[in-house]
Ligand binder design. Sequence first.
Ligand code: ADP
Ligand code: MG
Length: 316
Amino acid sequence: MKRIGVLCLLLCLLLCGCGGDQPVKGTHFAMDTVLSFTVYGAKGKQALAEAETLMDELDAALSVTDENSQIARYNRGEPDALSPETERLIRQGDALEKETEGAFSPRLGALTGLWGFSSDTPHRPEREALEAAKGDRSRLDLGGIAKGYAAGRLREAWEALGIKSALAALGGNVLALGEKPDGSPWRIGIRDPFGGQEDLLGALEVRDTCVVTSGGYERNFTEDGVTYHHILDPETGFPADSGLASVTVVCRDAARADALSTALFVLGREKALDFWRGSEGLELILVEQDGTVTVTDGLWDAFSGTGEDFTYVREA
Ligand code: ADP
Ligand code: MG
């Protein structure tokens, strides 16, 4: 009888993995979006608490709407508004502007402010105001890179805690730290840009990288029957209209992945693929308005398409 008891206990321990294999999960609201965390290991609770604090800190520093943020203070012309860390992030943003031939810019604050996507009353601007704001690079908006940057900071914080296996979803930015405790890859759902929040067009198996998706569905409004979304083409000043419905970027550098998802959405399929051919450590899933899904070579085996209305193409 006693032996059976011990056996049962052992079996329980095996099945539950000594309790350590159950992840700690949590959600938090910051950066204008729902953040969700899954952390394996003994320090899961601490990792979650640190994540929430870090996300709140970065939100308070980088938000374009919070009038006390560094960005808002800079945009009001206050001297010394930016911390050295924020200046470094802006330099990375500026470098990405060069690299993407202007498709991404961290300095579109005048233009994005005019459209008002981060406000309660977004609207189509008057032509003259738009022309003026288009060339204005005096105001910052880090909305296209901040969540990715936050994901990168989160990885550093979690690694410092010794976390080996965790997942964070910051809006469309997914950080996959390590792999699952059983050694299998993380499975990330890729959203169907034509469907609702829960609809997927496929799944991607990844280890230790970032998966970032940008699409016009994230934030938009309709005026006089026309829908305007929040990813702007700096050249026209209007929402990007490149034929793409969404861009997914897989790249280990989280901030870079975020900025590139925005930039390649602006550039369109052909230029995005040219960019991919010229880059190391970058893979893409491009969804066109006509339902064609282009998956670059390095992801093809890790990707499984599940959407019935899509055509999946491998780019080699
Ligand atoms: P999301 O924030 O929905 O994940 P993105 O990462 O694509 O989407 O970022 C979009 C945000 O970035 C916009 O809300 C705006 O603040 C800013 N933005 C819009 N167009 C650009 C652009 N061409 N370059 C840099 N930032 C942009
Ligand atoms: Mg982005």
